[in-house]
Design a protein around this ligand. Structure first.
Ligand SMILES: *Cc1c(COP(=O)(O)O)cnc(C)c1O
Length: 347
């Protein structure tokens, strides 16, 4: 986070906690490509347990975690069935296509991040028609980033999983913010991930670790993802320096996400009262506030510049849609100051 600003661009700007820096300094290390880094091994076991899967593998980033997962699930010429608003499709450089020879089959995403299950069923249906590329994997995202941090209901996930299983296709969850979803629902993460086959989760977002994501699932899948990680250049050596912070992230930082959610709620309610801004409060469920700049006299770039001049940074989602994210290091006072800045910048 840029200390001179109230930086609401993303929860990726979080800096490691003092406990993380200490854990990094003390971490027991080895060569993880040989499987000999005890700290990485501890983190992978911990993550697998938290999401209720057989195994997990540490990767460099969420992008690498999703790509390694897609490479482990699918073959060249197969379809990645996913939402048209998902991170995998929008923000991951087309990796499954560029490096895996797969094609993205996007389905319409509802306001809360769900894909209509009748369309999912149709997209996953087996076909003898040689014209059709077979489905390789189904992807969902929870919480949903571009929809504003919305949480998928457990009943929806269960139904989606049943749909995928009936078609013989694996369901992969982009769970970059799975712990935000769990905290919002008041459940353990594994209550969510029991409804998916595999999951990618990020340590470097609201959990405030400097680097890293984990991919978890059945052991055979994780071994394929581990091979894909090596192929992608993600085999790291004394990666315990990363994993040490990750262990702190998973053991000490999950509980405090509720504070980020409360701050996001404050922010959403504050912004909703400002003429020229429109906030769908129903979507302010976790730590992301998605809102529209409807004041016609004001271009989004000018509004963002006005905020920046007042010491507040936020980001755009394209067009007149903007995004502010609360996180470790942002207080309720910062939120109050950001609302004042937004009122002035929108005037
Ligand atoms: C941030 C994010 C990712 C990718 O993580 P990186 O570590 O930035 O590569 C994947 N999915 C979602 C939903 C995200 O928000």
């Amino acid at each position: 986070m840029r200390p001179e600003f109230i930086d609401l661009r993303s929860d990726t700007v979080t800096l490691p906690s003092p406990a993380m820096r200490e854990a990094i300094a003390r971490a027991e290390l080895g060569d993880d490509v040989y499987g000999e880094d005890p700290t990485v091994n501890r983190l992978e076991a911990l993550a697998a347990e938290l999401v209720g899967k057989e195994a997990a593998v540490l990767v460099v980033s969420g992008t690498m975690g999703n790509l390694a997962s897609l490479l482990a699930h699918g073959q060249r010429g197969q379809r990645v069935v996913c939402g048209d608003e998902c991170h995998i499709y929008h923000y991951e450089a087309g990796g499954a296509s560029a490096l895996g020879g797969m094609i993205y089959h996007t389905l319409p995403t509802d306001a809360y991040g769900a894909l209509p299950l009748d369309l999912v069923r149709e997209a996953l249906a087996a076909s003898d028609d040689p014209h059709r590329a077979p489905a390789g994997v189904l992807c969902l995202e929870n919480t949903h980033n571009r929809r504003g941090g919305t949480v998928l209901p457990l009943a929806y996930l269960e139904a989606a999983h049943a749909t995928a299983t009936a078609a013989g296709i694996a369901l992969h969850l982009d769970g970059a913010r799975i712990f935000n979803a769990a905290v919002a629902l008041g459940v353990e993460a594994r209550a969510i991930t029991r409804h998916v086959d595999t999951v990618q989760l990020c340590l470097s977002k609201g959990l405030a670790a400097p680097v890293g994501s984990l991919v978890a699932g059945p052991r055979a899948f994780v071994e394929r993802a581990r091979r894909a990680r090596k192929l992608l250049g993600g085999g790291m050596r004394q990666a315990g320096v990363i994993a040490a912070a990750g262990i702190v992230a998973l053991t000490e930082m999950v509980g405090r996400l509720a504070e980020d959610h409360a701050n996001a709620r404050l922010l959403a309610e504050g912004l909703a009262h400002i003429p020229g801004l429109q906030v769908d409060l129903g979507r302010a469920q976790t730590n992301i506030v998605r809102f529209e700049l409807v004041a016609e006299h004001l271009a989004p770039a000018d509004f963002l510049a006005g905020l920046r001049a007042r010491g507040v940074l936020i980001g755009g989602l394209g067009g007149r849609t903007l995004r502010a994210v609360t996180h470790y290091g942002i207080s309720a006072g910062d939120v109050a100051r950001a609302v004042v800045a937004a009122r002035e910048a929108a005037a």
